[in-house]
Design a protein around this ligand. Structure first.
Ligand SMILES: C[S@@+](CC[C@H](N)C(=O)[O-])C[C@H]1O[C@@H](n2cnc3c(N)ncnc32)[C@H](O)[C@@H]1O
Length: 236
């Protein structure tokens, strides 16, 4: 379920070679004035949290991730910030000592894909439906009574390969499956395979997601803002 161990040591160079734009992601987090505590689900190597804490140094931040080797990089990156607490956890068994004003995930456990004008659909790193239901319940237990959930938006995934900043070749291949799709990630140095990682994803229609989240009082808030990078679900 969404283990990124093989990719961890190459993750930053792949992502910062244009895969994600971290400054733009944090621009889009659109924090309300009263937000004091934030949880990132699937924080990976901590690239979003680093950008966030530089802009909002007084936030209380929690980050969780399933993959120990990803989190180890985040721990090192964020070690000077005493108000960031990271822990290795599967969201399905999430257990933290407090609730948060805002919970978000960007490319982490759950994210939306928006393809042109068609309806957004959710992509989950968790393949089993029951585990998704449990993860949503655990997540919701860690959100304050008037809190918001923001789930990141990405464009459609497709097969491609590209040379990244360190001169190696990144390649991804997508195979449709009964529950969603399987994505194969590779990094090549000439003919040598440096990294190969396969992740099985489950997909959900927006209506199915709305139903699962509404069980926990989280209601979809359509926003017409151009180029938004998150869909918002609110309790307030
Ligand atoms: C594509 S990375 C995104 C990392 C980070 N948000 C970023 O923007 O760079 C997805 C992360 O989700 C984590 N993940 C996948 N399934 C998870 C689960 N069930 N519980 C917690 N984290 C999970 C993976 O370990 C991985 O680090």
């Amino acid at each position: 379920m969404g283990d990124y161990s093989n990719m961890a040591s190459y993750y930053d160079v792949i992502m910062t070679s244009g895969y994600y734009d971290y400054a733009k992601i944090v621009d889009n987090l659109v924090l309300q004035e009263n937000v004091e505590s934030i949880l990132e689900i699937g924080c990976g190597t901590g690239l979003i949290l680093q950008e966030l804490i530089q802009r909002k140094p007084h936030l209380q931040i929690s980050g969780i991730d399933l993959t120990a080797s990803m989190l180890a990089i985040a721990q090192e990156r964020l070690k000077s910030f005493s108000n960031i607490v990271l822990s290795q956890q599967n969201v399905c068994d999430l257990h933290l000592p407090k609730v948060h004003d805002l919970i978000f995930s960007y490319g982490g456990v759950w994210y939306f894909v928006v393809d042109g004008d068609s309806e957004p659909f959710l992509v989950s790193h968790i393949a089993e439906h029951e585990a998704n239901v449990q993860g949503i319940e655990k997540m919701a237990q860690h959100l304050s009574a008037k809190g918001d959930l923001l789930l990141g938006i990405q464009g459609p995934h497709h097969d491609y390969e590209t040379v990244i900043s360190n001169g190696t070749k990144y390649s991804q291949k997508i195979d449709p499956t009964d529950i969603g799709f399987t994505k194969h990630y590779y990094l090549f140095d000439g003919s040598k395979t440096l990294m190969a990682q396969t992740v099985k994803y489950r997909t959900y229609k927006l209506g199915e997601v709305e139903k699962m989240l509404s069980q926990h009082g989280l209601i979809y808030q359509p926003e017409t803002r151009e180029n938004k990078l998150f869909l918002r679900f609110s309790r307030a």
